[in-house]
Structures are given as structure tokens and as C-alpha cells.
Design a protein around this ligand. Sequence first.
Ligand code: F6P
Length: 361
Amino acid sequence: MSTRIGIVTGGGDCPGLNAVIRAVGKSASKRGWDTVGFIGGLEGLLEPVQFRLLDYKAMDGLLLRGGTILGTSNKGRFVAKSGHGEVQKISEDILAAAKKNVEILGLRGLIIVGGDGTLTIAQQLFEIGVPVVGVPKTIDNDLEATVMTFGFDSAVDCATDALDRLHTTAESHNRVIVLEVMGRYAGWIALHAGIAGGGDVILIPEIPFNYESVCSKIAERGAQGKHFTLVVVAEGARAKGGDFVTSGPQESNREARLGGIGAMVAGEIQKRAHKETRVCVLGHLQRGGGPTTFDRLLCTVFGVKAVQLIADEQFGYMVASRPPEIVGVKISEAVGRLRTVPPNGEMVHAARSLGISFGDS
Ligand code: F6P
């Protein structure tokens, strides 16, 4: 049986990709296997095939390093989602070409690290016979099958740090400051960072808001002698009856780029509440840099488990966190099922109990 495996990172990057590569490379090497890493995302599987050998030496310094040493892409011939998440079938020729190269390289298994879009492609490759194992990645934490994706904790940490900083300047100037965070159609980053960073208003896609409610929270704080307010807005949040706000025109064969709701909310607050208001868009800072301690651990156990799944020939599975266990779940049952914030869940309840507004009263 072959002693060579492959790994590829697809979709948007996030902190911890290199920590997964390291865990895969090291645990494979302990078994006496070689690991090859495909360059530039799934495109690296196509002609001219681009890969590099990930020997033990190549693992040096990867635990802390941001981004992915293999490169990644969320465009090109392997896009499985477009618009607001509509699934697309990858061309049969493209899938077959990738399969052929996996066979030529004699891979015992191919680890595909990615979010819902990339794992959708992984499933299509598995269906034509590629021995695929998935690892769930995304700062959005929006995959139903796993309690946590890696990258999320690091993104929340970044957004919480931003709120700590915005807090002091908002208070000094008696301003409202709106922080727009990522998360696509899920409000996890906004919710967790909003609570951890002492936000006063949290606007998430799962709870449509109205401006009257947001402004009445600002007025309520003013009446209590607090003349500043921190508003955390998820990029996918929308006013009741409103549309998603996107930045720029829709590119064909790409997912919609959400963004701009922060500026819109800030403008409305300034107009309606007559408060000096500023907006800060955190953007790709949330995806840059190295992983937190928690993410380093999660990436490590995910990478080790992925190699184990290959050893057990559990192809078509992805690793998932189901505390206290790390398990394998069928990719086919994991993709297309987004995990969004339950509007009546414990975390929202805790926030409301502290007086945090979701702009829906
Ligand atoms: O899915 C991760 C994510 O960072 C989203 O939160 C965000 O909407 C999107 O990717 C941004 O992607 P891009 O890399 O195309 O700017």
C-alpha cells in the first residue's frame, strides 16, 4: 500500500492552516509516510500539477505561522458556490483531471482543508473515487457538523481586541462606534466578540433589526450617563425587510462579497440619534496572523485525526469536534448545512440578560 498522502488548503485562508499542515506532516512522518502539499489551492491538482514535499524539516515554525504555506484560492475552476451560497457542480473534466493526478502521484489519501464550499468540492471528488478526507476550516464557524471550526477563536480574539481599543476612544469622545466584523451569513463572530468585548448592541443575520430599537438603546445609555455606545455588526446583518449589503458588483462564478452594512448602520445612527458616529471595518485582520492557543490545539488534533482517518480508510469523511471527542463524520452529511446562531439560544439569552440589545425590540 502507498505510503504517500497529499494535503491541499482551499477557499479563504484563516489562522491555523499551517498548524494543520504541521500536524498532518508530522503524524504522517511518524507512520513512515511522505506528505505532499499542493500549491495554490485545488488548482494545484490540475495541469501543470504543483506540489512540494512536506518533510519533517518543512514543519519548522508552522505552528504559529498565519496564512498557508501552500497558498489557497476561492476562485478559478474549482468554485462550488456562487452568489449567496448556491451550489454548483464542478465540471466533470476538471474533477477527472484532478483524480488522474492523485492516481499518478500514488496518493493513499488526500486531505482537503476548507470551509463549506471547499468541502462541497471534496465530496464531488470523493464521488468519482478520490480517497478524500476533510478538515473543516473557517473563521465563520458556520458548519453544522462540528461544534467548532478552526480559525474562529482567532477571529473572535481579534474582534474582541478591536472592541477593547474602540471602547477607550468611544468613551473619550462620547461617540457611537460601529464595528463591522466578518462571518458571512452567521453571526457567531459578532455574538462572541460582542459579548467578550463589552458591546452594547449586537446585530446579526439571524435577528433582523430595526433602527428605532438601536437608537433607543443609545438613548437609554445616555439617560444612564453613558454617552458612548459600541455597536457590533456582522457583515450579513440586515434591517427587517432589507437585503444583504454587498461591496461591489457580483462577479460571475464567485460568492457574493458581503460588506458595507457597518457604514450604513453608522449613517442611520448619526442621522436618527444625532450622535457623532464612526465606523470601523475589521475586515481581513480577522483572517491574518497566527492562531490562538485554542486554535493551535484544535488544528493539531484535527490534523492528527485526519491522518488517522486515512489509515483507517475512512474516505469521504471529515474530522469534527464533538467535545470531548474528535470524530469522523460523512462529508456528504456535513456540507450544505450551515450552523447559524439560534435566536433563542443560551448565548443570545445571556447577552440579553446583560442588557445587550439585538436591535429587535
Ligand atoms: O468565509 C470566510 C470569510 O472571511 C467571510 O467571513 C467573508 O465574507 C469572506 O470570507 C471574505 O472573502 P474574500 O477572501 O473573498 O474577501
